[in-house]
Design a binder for this molecule. Structure first.
Ligand SMILES: Nc1ncnc2c1ncn2[C@@H]1O[C@H](COP(=O)(O)OP(=O)(O)OP(=O)(O)O)[C@@H](O)[C@H]1O
Ligand SMILES: [Mg+2]
Length: 150
């Protein structure tokens, strides 16, 4: 299943993220692809709010993964700096934890992501406009998309 959503501001993107956070269940994986500045971290900030995480999610510059505690823990990966680095850094164990895993630049760690995940692609349409394509891989995520109120 595939759903397209257009947002016209970063607040609308956070609102979409909020819903995705509220609908998250233990061990789910969301992948985020899109150019620099597309809104991957902004969406993740909304997701964190939907998980009742009080801390602000920041874009990690030199950190590959940050953990935030909430209703469900959030494992926020930014794999950008892992390009070309094919090493087992122990991230697999983390993805298998009870929290929600959100991965920016998943192509660099694709081999440790299973077959089931929610694929989120962000396209820059205009300065403040973004198109989100949400694609389910697996029935759990199909159900999740069915519950989105958009
Ligand atoms: N509709 C929108 N949704 C999300 N962000 C928007 C929107 N319109 C404008 N913006 C702006 O675009 C930028 C998105 O930055 P963000 O850090 O979320 O991108 P990113 O995809 O994580 O980039 P990077 O690849 O560098 O990590 C922010 O400055 C935000 O204010
Ligand atoms: Mg980012």
């Amino acid at each position: 299943m595939e759903i397209k959503v257009i947002t016209n501001s970063k607040e609308e993107t956070k609102e979409l993220g909020f819903q995705l956070g509220q609908l998250a269940k233990p061990q789910m994986v969301y992948t985020l692809t899109g150019d620099l500045g597309a809104g991957k971290t902004t969406l993740t900030q909304g997701i964190a709010k939907g998980l009742d995480i009080a801390r602000t999610v920041s874009s990690p510059t030199f950190t590959i993964c940050k953990i935030y505690h909430g209703r469900l823990d959030l494992y926020h990966f930014d794999a950008y700096r892992l390009e070309g680095l094919h090493q087992d850094l122990g991230f697999e164990e983390m993805i298998q934890g009870d929290g929600l895993t959100v991965i920016e630049w998943p192509m660099y760690i694709q081999e440790i992501i299973g077959d089931e995940y929610l694929e989120i692609e962000i396209k820059l349409l205009d300065e403040d406009q973004r198109e989100f394509t949400l694609k389910s891989n697996g029935t759990t995520y199909e159900q999740l998309l069915g519950e989105l109120k958009i």
